[in-house]
Design a protein around this ligand. Structure first.
Ligand code: FAD
Ligand code: NAG
Ligand code: NAG
Ligand code: NAG
Length: 610
């Protein structure tokens, strides 16, 4: 069956999936009230968790406002293997960074494409579902830098509270939770994880571990936020099950333009829905959960931000704070390895009719997994956070198919198109390829979010300032060298897997350097700098007197009453790993701070010992 046939079967099947969907809840209230106790802006990874937890209290009324529509408007969202097809759809804000000076040199206009989710569930609809909590040293570092209450000991119970671990070997682990809203399941899919990735990593000295357990350092099978073969976005996991609560209203396709502030106190919110302007008042608090790009944007539009910048844009200053500063993101590159066992998947195999039918009928098989089968963390010592992460991706290089390469597709191919075709024609269909992604975890380069204008519909200016700090190039190089070592292992040799540079044919700019020399790889890093989609820290948390902080350790905007930020933007620093689970943890903890309760007392007895 060709692609077309596969798509037809997929579409029909998806209709079946749609009809059998669990617990949809009510989509919209009949009409909005004039006031609520709590108004949450943004129904993303954090917003859906907060809406659930705050509305647990029947005495509180909650309004959740989201710019996008239902996550069910795009069927592909629920199918894990389709993760790469979700970008540039209606459920994506389709942001782009400003042209980079020292990075992204080979990408279209030197910009990096920054997908961000725009629907109930936010970016948890678009992500690759990797469940990674980060290093205990990350959180201990936050606490040391003034974020009281955010040490590893403090946050671990909140990770466990959310979780419903589905992996048999981890059922009895003290580090995992059972019965929570968020299903975490095993991500292994092809024989490569067991036969190639794990033994090769062992050969280069990295033990097999549970990266969310006692020690993060080593190689682990992926843990994925997937429930019965379907994406467990935060809307599916946390919001749908409680959407019919009487004290919770959800307003979709509602574009927030401003937080209303009176006498340094947040009193309400303005948004546009169906071309009408709405003003709704908050009796207790306004909680901003619009993510690392839009939370700083909305604060600045409301007069909270760097004074000089706001004045330039003609916005009256309410509070002079470093909003939009300290932007941090992970970057990666790609290294391909051939695989003569044919275990890696390509588009013919993963869309094979058998796989589609198996998935549609039983939600089983490779379509129900991301194919990021394994991950690993490299560190310089047991009491340091890791400096590098690897992802092992068992889906073959197919630029037209895997939108992971979306930046590359934007590449102005003016003078390389010939080379590209030549390269593609050399791909041997019988030779499969898997990909290893080396990821820089703690960039020293810091970027910013700024406003283009005072118009809320103008996308903000995103400048990650990638590779601005020379150490970031050095660390990337160091990580790449570790990956290249895998090519020398007995394991990889036995399957004929040697490192290939997928961009070799695209990078005439690096032709002048000797292949595989440091200078060659440095050139490569600077030309093909890809985001790992983990922007954080643009409304950074810190002690009350910390000049870099936007919110205090209770996530209250400094100097403004009744206003909190709860999402990835408050992270003190980007953690050692993917950012979805940490964002969910932040929302779980924030709900307790807001309600002034301790919902995880029952877990501390166990976690305090860990
Ligand atoms: C392609 C991709 C792959 C990723 N892979 C992984 C992964 O495998 N594992 C992992 O842990 N993390 C991954 N991430 C990152 C992770 O998903 C994010 O860090 C996390 O979802 C951020 O959550 P948030 O609550 O801060 O923001 P979001 O989830 O982005 O939520 C913000 C919400 O606010 C809404 N909003 C914004 N502005 C307005 C406005 N003006 N009015 C109304 N609503 C508004 C948005 O529409 C959105 O719903 C990935 C991200 C991407 C893009
Ligand atoms: C879902 O994926 C299929 C297969 O690639 C594609 O044809 C279809 O357009 C996608 N649907 C949406 C809504 O993007
Ligand atoms: C909305 O207002 C009605 C009428 O006052 C009230 O009964 C209801 O509980 C309110 N709903 C919410 C979610 O605040
Ligand atoms: C893979 O290829 C190598 C030679 O490149 C060969 O020695 C090995 O036997 C092959 N392995 C398998 C499983 O086919």
């Amino acid at each position: 069956m060709g692609m077309k046939g596969a798509i037809v079967v997929l579409v029909i099947g998806v209709a079946v999936v749609y009809l059998s969907r669990y617990n949809r809840g009510n989509d919209e209230p009949v009409s909005l009230n004039a006031t609520y106790d709590y108004i949450i802006l943004g129904a993303g990874s954090a917003g859906c968790v907060l809406a659930n937890r705050l509305s647990e209290d029947p005495e509180s009324s909650v309004l959740l406002i989201e710019a996008g529509g239902s996550e069910d408007d795009n069927f592909n969202i629920s199918i894990p293997i389709a993760s790469g097809m979700l970008q540039k759809t209606e459920q994506d804000w389709k942001y782009q960074t400003i042209p980079q000076k020292k990075a992204c040199l080979a990408l279209h206009e030197k910009r990096s494409a920054w997908p961000r989710g725009r629907a109930l569930g936010g970016t948890s609809n678009l992500n690759y579902m990797q469940y990674v909590r980060g290093s205990r040293h990350d959180y201990d570092g936050w606490a040391k830098e003034g974020c009281k209450g955010w040490s590893y000991k403090d946050v671990l119970p909140y990770f466990i509270k959310s979780e419903d671990i589905q992996i048999p070997e981890l059922q009895n682990s003290e580090y995992h939770g059972k019965g929570g809203y968020l299903s975490v399941s095993d991500g292994t899919s092809t024989p490569l994880s067991k036969n190639a990735y794990a033994p090769a990593m062992k050969e280069i000295g990295l033990p097999f571990t549970d990266c969310n357990g006692k020690s993060q350092i080593g190689y682990c099978n992926s843990q994925e936020t997937i429930r019965n073969g379907e994406r467990a976005s935060t809307v599916k996991a946390f919001l749908r099950p409680v959407m019919d609560r009487k004290n919770l209203h959800v307003s979709m396709k509602s574009f927030v333009t401003k937080i209303l502030i009176k006498d340094k106190k947040a009193v309400g919110v303005a948004f546009i829905k169906d071309n009408k302007k709405y003003i709704i008042m908050a009796k207790k608090e306004v909680i901003l959960s619009a993510g690392s790009v839009n939370s700083p944007q909305i604060l600045m539009l409301s007069g909270i931000g760097p004074k000089k910048h706001l004045e330039e844009k003609g916005i009256p200053v309410v509070a002079d704070l470093p909003v939009g500063d300290n932007l941090q993101d992970h970057i990666m590159t790609f290294i391909d390895f051939h695989d003569n066992t044919s275990s890696a998947l390509n588009k013919d195999t993963h869309m094979a009719p058998f796989n589609i039918i198996k998935y549609l009928l039983f939600k089983k098989g490779i379509m129900g997994k991301s194919q990021l089968e394994g991950t690993a963390f490299l560190a310089d010592g047991d009491n340091l956070p890791p400096y590098f992460q690897l992802h092992f991706f068992s889906l073959m290089y197919e630029p037209e198919f895997i939108n992971l390469y979306i930046d590359l597709l934007n590449y102005d191919r003016k003078y390389t198109d010939g080379k590209r075709k030549e390269f593609q024609s050399t791909i041997d269909r019988n030779l499969r390829t898997f990909i290893i992604l080396p990821i820089l975890l703690h960039p020293k380069s810091k970027g910013s979010i700024r406003l283009q204008s005072d118009d809320p519909f103008d996308p903000p200016l995103i400048d990650p300032n990638y590779l601005d700090h020379a150490d970031d190039v050095k660390t990337m190089l160091r990580g790449i060298r570790e990956v290249l070592k895998l090519g020398d292992t007995k394991t990889f040799k036995s399957i004929g897997a040697s490192p290939q540079d997928p961009f070799d044919a695209y990078t005439p700019d690096c032709d002048g350097f000797q292949k595989n020399s440091d200078d060659y790889w440095i050139c490569r890093i600077k030309h093909y700098t890809f985001t790992v989609y983990h922007p954080t820290s643009t409304c950074r948390m810190g002690a009350k007197d910390d000049p870099t902080a936007v919110v205090d350790p209770e996530l209250r905007v400094r100097g403004i009453q009744n206003l909190r930020v709860v999402d990835a933007s408050v992270m003190r620093n980007v953690p050692s790993g993917n950012t979805n689970a940490p964002t969910i943890m932040i929302a779980e903890k924030a709900a307790d701070l807001i309600r002034n309760i301790d919902s995880v007392k029952y877990l501390r007895e166990r976690t305090d010992k860990l």
